[in-house]
Ligand binder design. Structure first.
Ligand code: HEM
Length: 478
């Protein structure tokens, strides 16, 4: 009944980009040492979670602390969904029968471990492998890795008529991604986000054409599910195209930098390079003078490579899980959250917490996620894919793709900077949930093995233990 009195520190925060936000919330954590605190913004109140122990408590309140109202806002502000379509897509957002929830179920089905995901993974990794036949020997590493991932992912998802084959759509994508936060705030977009709005129109028109040409017939189950459900409810095709345009950010914006950072940490440190190379060599079978890389083996028997990728996620992800407070709620019986406010779980606060990860939390340690010797870190503090009911359904697809790209490159090439040492000179501000390097690195690719390469899966895909929800139940919520 009466909520326990809570003393929150009140701190002003200006609107800022993700990396800037990440730095500030870390400073606030270290300065005030509060489990949770309030940030006052004009007209709204944000609660920021520091205490790892509060995260599972919060995530259990699926209805009271819900992402759905925020997704409806994204439909309207970021995607520009029309009023009539919003009537359908914004209906009963908190209910299981509502559009938001049902759409998530459809999306997740196409990405859950099983034949659909195996098919999607096989397509994406074979596209990546084939593309490496034509890779120039000198590339800008971030631009190159991003392009390879963008094309492999979207070709696998959308099939032969993939809208991202058009360079104008690819250029528009980067402009839209750059305008993400500005559009989400909804503040005078036609004045302050003109470029992003134009980019959104270009991609939306490409998707309208794609749907009109029955291109989904040759697309993945994931892409078909995302069209069929809204279409069955009468959402106009133009609005489904807008939704898919917005969805493309979730599809590629994180996998592109995550791939870059995984490669960067492997190749820039000789010890990591040697460890990972020794492991993946064992995943190769030779037949008839050609090489076959078994990705099922990489996923289950290359713990150092998998740990290096997870560590790249931990160090470079800067996203925040967001929940709307639908009713007044006493979190953990102690902290009053007021209806109409927003709760944030910034990943950086967790990812460089020495309580969760130990004294070397600020270092890149590629063995951190090894299971043997038993690690002491708290798995709940790994937030790269969010958690709870909104845990990223694309994590298995993305991690398989990144591991495939990293292992085939490890086997086929050595990579060295053209000039000077490996250096990314800090980070650029970014709107997505991953850091991007402040400047790109010119690198040279040296061929290690010029035989023909194939990627195979010797057994159906098994889910990897990436987030705490993937772990056996005994070790969850440590
Ligand atoms: C390295 C790659 C990726 C990272 C780091 C990542 C990260 C995330 C994060 C942090 C969230 C929010 C979770 C939360 O609020 O608790 C999320 C949600 C989501 N992601 Fe990913 N993601 C990645 C790749 C993908 C891919 C490849 C897809 C699709 C094929 C995808 C589809 C989604 C969807 C549909 C959601 C919304 C889930 C919901 O609201 O219920 N993601 N992702």
């Amino acid at each position: 009944m009466v909520a326990k009195r809570v003393s929150y520190k009140q701190i002003q925060l200006q609107q800022s980009r993700m990396d800037d936000c990440a730095n500030r919330v870390n400073l606030f954590r270290d300065k005030y040492k509060l489990p949770i605190y309030t940030l006052r913004l004009p007209g709204s109140r944000l609660y920021v979670i520091n205490d790892t122990g509060l995260i599972p408590v919060l995530q259990r309140q699926i209805r009271t602390l819900s992402i759905s109202p925020i997704i409806v806002r994204i439909f309207s502000h970021f995607m520009g969904i029309s009023e009539p379509a919003l009537d359908i897509m914004g209906r009963d957002p908190i209910e299981d029968s509502g559009f938001v929830h049902q759409m998530t179920i459809g999306t997740t089905k196409g990405l859950a471990p099983g034949p659909n995901l195996d098919d999607l993974n096989a397509k994406a990794v074979n596209i990546l492998n084939a593309s490496l036949e034509h890779t120039p020997t000198r590339v800008k590493m971030f631009q190159w890795a991003s392009h390879e991932i963008m094309m492999a992912t979207t070709n696998a998802v959308y099939g032969p008529r993939n809208p991202f084959k058009d360079p104008a759509v690819r250029a528009a994508y980067y402009k839209l991604e750059g305008g993400l936060l500005t559009l989400v705030t909804g503040f005078l977009p036609s004045l302050v986000a003109r470029e992003a709005l134009k980019a959104r129109r270009i991609i939306t028109e490409a998707f309208v054409k794609y749907f009109a040409e029955n291109s989904l017939e040759e697309a993945s189950v994931y892409a078909r599910n995302r069209y069929q459900y809204p279409s069955s409810l009468g959402v106009p095709v133009e609005d489904i195209a807008k939704m898919e345009t917005g969805g493309s950010i979730g599809l590629i914006s994180n996998t592109m930098p995550a791939t870059f950072w995984t490669l960067y940490h492997i190749f820039s440190d000789p010890a990591v390079l040697e460890d990972c190379h020794e492991e993946v060599k064992k995943a190769v079978r030779e037949r008839g003078g050609e090489n076959y890389l078994d990705l099922a083996y990489v996923k289950s028997c290359c713990p150092l490579l998998v740990s290096t990728m997870q560590e790249a996620f931990r160090v470079h992800s800067i996203g925040m899980s967001v929940r709307a407070v639908v009713e007044d709620h006493l979190l953990g019986g102690e902290y009053l959250l007021k209806k109409g406010s927003t709760v944030l779980i910034p990943s950086t606060v967790q990812h460089n917490s020495s309580t969760a990860w130990g004294k070397n939390a600020n270092d890149f340690y590629h063995k951190r996620f090894l299971k043997k010797p038993k690690t002491k870190h708290n798995p709940v503090a790994f937030r790269a894919f969010g958690g709870g009911s909104t845990l990223c359904p694309g994590r298995h697809f993305a991690t398989t793709e990144i591991l495939a790209f990293a292992s085939i490159i490890l086997l086929r090439f050595d990579i060295k900077p053209v000039k000077g040492p490996w250096d990314t000179k800090l980070y650029k501000e970014t709107n997505a949930a991953f850091r991007i390097p402040n400047h790109d690195i010119d690198v040279e690719l040296f061929l290690r093995d010029c035989r023909k390469w194939h990627i195979i899966f010797s057994e159906p895909g098994k889910p990897m233990e990436i987030s705490t929800e993937d772990l056996p139940s005994t070790s969850k919520e440590a």
